[in-house]
Write a protein that binds this ligand. Structure first.
Ligand code: MG
Length: 379
């Protein structure tokens, strides 16, 4: 890793972990820095392995070549690291946040999350970002003397990218001036956390075009309405007239150029913002406005693409048909476990807050496990 800029999160200045690990010699000393250790803990976690069988747009059984939350997270980490390197940010921290950012997602993508949130509305609600933090703070069982992965403050701060005020207040009570304070006092997270947020959007906008076209749900004719894609597509066609209009290479090369332009755009817009605000430390970054950003023109183009995908892919009848089914599965599972907690494994069945235990259990499920459980319980 190249030398870190003054505004990067310096590993040796970490705000540390919630549980003291000094008493556990193998955890207390290491040739890895704290953020590298966070990344490794995430990679070895149960929740991370489950990302293979969780999906965002397409359900797991619909095809083997569509993105899963695992491949999405790897793509976010790759984009994030490239940009981090160019800006001399802490690549290890970016990688840790990116790999963990979707750990709290329910099965069946947004449909599952919406359904679980509805089911939990009388019991404090369900937010996937908050759930990602719960996974790494509470639900993973790896260590003899504490719950969770005991990650550093900086990684946890990046994982909690949104949080309702009510939940931020609850976290702040448990952990004063902690990871939720910024939602109450309007400050920003580290540049590494800001970067993961943007890398997430860059990644899904691009891979959803790819999956959308390959699945046949999006057509290239429709994509003419998306200038951010179409200008590259036309450019590639002109340069390589031998490629057929339906060719995979044409699609991939257009997406590659689109990704690469967004990456360079973020780097230059962020460098300009860093120049203006000139933060001299990661703590000064937190007092500035958001600094990792697109140029205004790229922001507009990216919003147009996002709303195109929303209208034409996420709301495609074939997609909504399966998401309606998924929503029913989650709702029914919730009701079934609420009435019969003993159908859950003992660690969940024995908890006193039954609705939260049910939400934790369901949200940890993979798409295929949730459908199997649903089949078993409704047989
Ligand atoms: Mg994501």
């Amino acid at each position: 890793m190249s030398a870190l800029a003054a505004y990067a999160s310096q590993p040796e200045l970490t705000r540390g972990r919630r549980h003291d690990e000094a008493a556990t010699p193998t955890l207390g000393q290491s040739f890895r820095n704290p953020h590298q250790r966070d990344r490794d803990r995430i990679v070895h976690s149960t929740a991370f392995r489950r990302l293979v069988y969780k999906t965002q747009v397409f359900l797991n059984h619909e095809g083997d070549l569509f993105r899963t939350r695992m491949t999405h997270s790897l793509e976010v980490a790759q984009l994030g690291r490239s940009i981090a390197r160019a800006l001399h940010l802490n690549e290890d921290l970016v990688e840790a946040i990116a790999l963990a950012h979707d750990l709290g997602h329910t099965p069946f993508g947004h449909a599952g999350q919406d359904a679980l949130n509805e089911c939990m509305s009388a019991y404090g609600g369900f937010e996937h970002n908050l759930q990602s933090l719960r996974v790494v703070d509470e639900l993973e069982e790896r260590y003899p003397s504490f719950n969770g992965l005991n990650l550093s403050f900086e990684t946890r701060e990046g994982i909690l990218k949104h949080c309702a005020r009510r939940n931020a207040e609850l976290i702040e009570e448990r952990e004063p001036k902690g990871v939720a304070a910024r939602f109450l006092n309007g400050t920003q997270p580290s540049l590494e956390a800001q970067l993961c947020n943007l890398a997430d959007a860059i990644a899904y906008n691009a891979h959803d075009i790819d999956d959308g076209v390959r699945s046949g749900l999006l057509t290239l004719e429709q994509l003419q309405d998306v200038p951010l894609f179409w200008r590259y597509y036309e450019g590639v066609m002109q340069e390589h007239p031998q490629l057929q209009s339906q060719s995979r290479r044409l699609l991939y090369e257009s997406i590659r150029r689109m990704l690469s332009d967004q990456v360079y755009d973020v780097i230059s817009a962020t460098q300009a913002a860093l120049h203006v605000h000139a933060p001299q430390s990661a703590d000064e970054v937190r007092q500035c406005p958001a600094l990792v950003k697109f140029s205004e023109a790229m922001f507009e183009s990216s919003q147009t693409l996002k709303s195109f995908l929303f209208r034409n892919l996420y709301r495609h009848p074939q997609v909504t048909q399966t998401t309606d089914w998924a929503r029913d599965v989650v709702r029914q599972l919730f009701t079934l476990y609420l009435v019969k907690p003993q159908e859950m494994p003992p660690a969940y069945a024995q908890r006193s807050d039954v609705p939260r235990a049910v939400a934790d259990y369901i949200s940890g499920m993979t798409d295929r496990f949730a459908s199997r459980e649903h089949a078993r319980l409704t047989a």
